[in-house]
Every structure is written in structure tokens, then in C-alpha cells.
Design a protein around this ligand. Structure first.
Ligand code: NAD
Ligand code: UFG
Length: 340
């Protein structure tokens, strides 16, 4: 069975392609390589002994998108990762983010409609909850005003998908990721941040390897047990496996309603200092860090109520924080070997 994975050479997409191929699915990747590298296809092939089909194209190009879907119209499911995702950049270039993320989505849904493809999995984010009133946060929690144009593209995308599902025969699942980190245990694929990383874990590993002088911890006056902000970090491989489960659920006709939404986290929150401590333990490195003021737009704490995903999908995150940090560190070491 053939699955289309947009953004399949990206960070989460590449791990998902590996899990899909390990389960025997044929994969077609669409990516415009705006934030990833063609060599990822070779790495996926090395891990799985199977080369996915790779179509380099930009999903904002409707004609090219239609032609590609027509060529692969035996696709039975679509997992849509392709998007721009840098929160700060989205504040500076909102139109680029709305244009890229929403036009891609609409073109893909139009192509699915034209070629009668029915099963759609969407990459959403816990950013849609903002700072929740209650923790852990469940899928029914009210959505808050988005803190950034990027976050708003996720909210609007979910509305577009819901309306499309209501209007036709398509089924969809939106997966709201908490904080994906870590890398494949082969260290052949992982996150490839361009330039200075925005996210905590690549910043930690780049500091430890000497690419950055020190980590700045944003805020030490939060109302948490050590004053630093709390997030629900999830291993990217656990996250990838949830996509395979979601696709199977739709293919087997097990969706309870045509548009389902699931939180993907571990259900455990960790502070920034706890993440650093886990990193220092597994790597044996001492991290150079300093405290600085809060980062604009950051929330204090969030972690997921995962009970609905656990029960309905029969999926549960299996890998812990130390495994996440060790795999992230091994990936950073592998990258430094690759480029020296
Ligand atoms: P990524 O940047 O590594 O992967 C996205 C891929 O999409 C890239 O390979 C990029 O080249 C491609 N792409 C972007 N625009 C495209 C277009 N118009 N046409 C074709 N390809 C295009 O990002 P990721 O971390 O793997 O994120 C995947 C998805 O998960 C995104 O939708 C992101 O918003 C969402 N998400 C990520 C996180 C996170 O922390 N990484 C958290 C929540 C949600
Ligand atoms: N942090 C630092 N120093 C840094 C980077 C981050 O202290 O150099 C802190 C942040 O202030 C935050 C925590 O580490 O408290 C995690 O920050 P990240 O940037 O790694 O992650 P965010 O929770 O801010 O956001 C991430 C993605 C979003 C996504 C969200 C939820 O960047 O795209 O997770 O999935 F929407």
C-alpha cells in the first residue's frame, strides 16, 4: 500500500518514512528541499534497505501537485508534514508563512478531492492551546489566540481540514505534537537546523560540541519547581510510530468520527534545567549555560493529557527523556564527523 508523505525529507517526516517502510508500506515523498537535504533519501534507504520514491516539488505549485498526485493515484493515504515552522521567522514574514503553509494544504486537499483520495493525516501542534487553563491539557481544551503567524497557520489549517471533511467523503486525523526531540538510533537521520537553532535541544547539543558558546535559558522566574519553563518532550521515533498507527486506523475503517484529533506527547512535563541535567548525565558533558530574560511568546508550562490517544490509538510513547537526549547527542556527534 502506497502512502504519500509530504515534507518526507524533513525531521519528523524522515523518521515517519522509516517507520512506514519498516511496516511494509511503499512511500512517495514530496518535498521542495526548502528545509531539508536530498541525502536524507539515501539515509532512509540505508536504514530500511528500501529506497522511497522522491518527488522534488513545491506544493504551492498547484499544477505540479496535481500532476504528481495523478501519477501516484494508487496512494491510499496522505501524511502532510510539509510546512515552514520557525516561529520567530513567521513573526517577521507572516505572509510567507500563510502563503506557504495554507496554499500547500489547499492544493493538496484539492488534488486529493480530484483523484478521490480519502485518508489524510495532518501535523498540528500543541501551540494551538496557548497557555492552557488546566493541565494536563486534553483535546477538548479551548484553543487560544495563536502567539505567532506560524501557530495561526496550524489553527486555520485544522479549520480548513474540518470544513473539507464536513463537505465530502474524506477522513482526516490531526495530530497535535508536543515537543518532538531526539533522533533515530542509527544516527543516520535527525534534525538539521539551518543557522542558529531556535529550539532547546539542538541548541544544547550544538553548545556541547562547541558550535555555540553557551545556552541562554529563557526565564528563571516561572512558577515551576525550579523556575524554568515546562514542556512535554517526545522522542521523534515515538511520534513517527503514531503516524503509522493513525494511517492504519483510517485504512482499517476504525475512525470513530471523520475528523479526529489526538495529542501526541508523553504526558510528562520537564523543566529546561531537567532537560539539561538529563543531557549532562547521558553525554558526560558539562553544559555551559546562563540565565536570561523570558522569550517573548513563550508559555510557562504545558504537558499533554495523552489518555485519549493511548486508549483510542492503542499507542503510547515508550522512550524516556534520557533516551531522547542520548539520541540527540549521538546525532550531533555523527553530524560533526560528517562535516570534518
Ligand atoms: P522540517 O522543516 O524538518 O520538515 C518540513 C519539510 O517540509 C521540509 O523538508 C521542507 O523542505 C518541506 N516543505 C516546506 N514547505 C514545502 C512546500 N511548499 N512544498 C514542499 N515541501 C515543503 O520540519 P519538522 O520539524 O519535520 O516538522 C514537520 C511538521 O510538523 C510541520 O508541519 C511542523 O509545523 C509540524 N510540527 C513540528 C514541530 C517541531 O517542533 N518540530 C512541532 C509541532 C508541529
Ligand atoms: N529555551 C531556552 N533556550 C533556548 C531555546 C529554548 O531556554 O535557547 C526554552 C524555551 O524558552 C522553552 C523550552 O526551552 O521554555 C522549549 O523551547 P523550544 O523552542 O525548544 O520549544 P517551544 O516549546 O518553544 O516550541 C516548540 C516548536 C513549536 C511548536 C511547539 C509545540 O518550536 O513550533 O514546540 O509543538 F509549536
Amino acid at each position: 500500500m502506497k502512502i504519500l508523505v509530504t515534507g518526507g525529507t524533513g525531521y519528523i517526516g524522515s523518521h515517519t518514512v522509516v517507520e512506514l517502510q519498516n511496516e511494509g508500506y511503499e512511500v512517495v515523498i514530496i518535498d521542495n528541499l526548502s528545509n531539508s537535504d536530498r541525502t536524507v533519501v539515501d539515509s532512509i534507504a540505508e536504514i530500511t534497505n528500501h529506497v522511497p520514491v522522491f518527488e522534488e516539488l513545491d506544493l504551492v505549485d498547484r499544477a505540479a501537485t496535481f500532476a504528481c498526485i495523478e501519477k501516484h493515484k494508487d496512494i491510499v493515504g496522505v501524511i502532510h508534514f510539509a510546512a515552514l515552522k520557525a516561529v520567530g521567522e513567521s513573526v517577521e514574514k507572516p505572509l510567507l508563512y500563510y502563503y506557504n503553509n495554507l496554499t500547500s494544504l489547499i492544493n493538496l486537499l484539492l488534488a486529493m478531492q480530484k483523484f478521490d483520495l480519502q485518508n489524510f493525516v495532518f501535523s498540528s501542534s500543541c501551540t494551538v492551546y496557548g497557555q492552557p487553563d488546566q493541565l494536563p491539557v486534553g483535546e477538548q481544551a479551548p484553543l487560544k489566540k495563536a502567539e505567532s503567524p506560524y501557530g495561526n497557520t496550524k489553527k486555520i489549517s485544522e479549520d480548513i481540514i474540518r470544513d473539507s471533511v464536513d463537505a465530502g467523503s474524506m477522513n482526516a486525523i490531526s495530530l497535535r505534537y508536543f515537543n518532538p526531540i531526539g533522533a533515530h538510533d542509527t544516527a543516520l537521520i535527525g534534525e538539521l537546523p539551518l543557522g542558529v537553532p531556535n529550539n532547546l535541544v539542538p541548541y544544547i547539543t550544538q553548545t556541547a560540541i562547541g558550535k555555540r558558546d553557551h545556552l541562554k535559558i529563557f526565564g528563571k522566574d516561572y512558577s515551576t519547581h525550579d523556575g524554568t519553563a515546562i514542556r512535554d518532550y517526545i522522542h521523534v521515533v515515538d511520534l513517527a510510530r503514531a503516524h503509522v498507527v493513525a494511517v492504519k486506523r483510517m485504512l482499517q475503517g476504525n475512525s470513530k468520527i471523520p475528523f479526529e484529533i489526538f495529542n501526541l506527547g508523553t504526558g510528562n512535563g520537564f523543566t529546561v534545567l531537567e532537560v539539561i541535567k538529563a543531557f549532562e548525565k547521558v553525554s558526560g558533558e558539562k553544559l555551559n549555560y546562563q540565565f536570561t530574560g523570558r522569550r517573548k511568546g513563550d508559555i510557562e508550562k504545558v504537558w499533554a493529557d495523552t489518555s485519549f490517544a493511548n486508549q483510542e490509538l492503542g499507542w503510547k510513547a515508550a522512550l524516556g527523556l534520557e533516551e531522547m537526549m542520548l539520541s540527540a547527542w549521538n546525532w550531533e556527534l555523527a553530524l560533526s564527523n560528517r562535516f570534518t
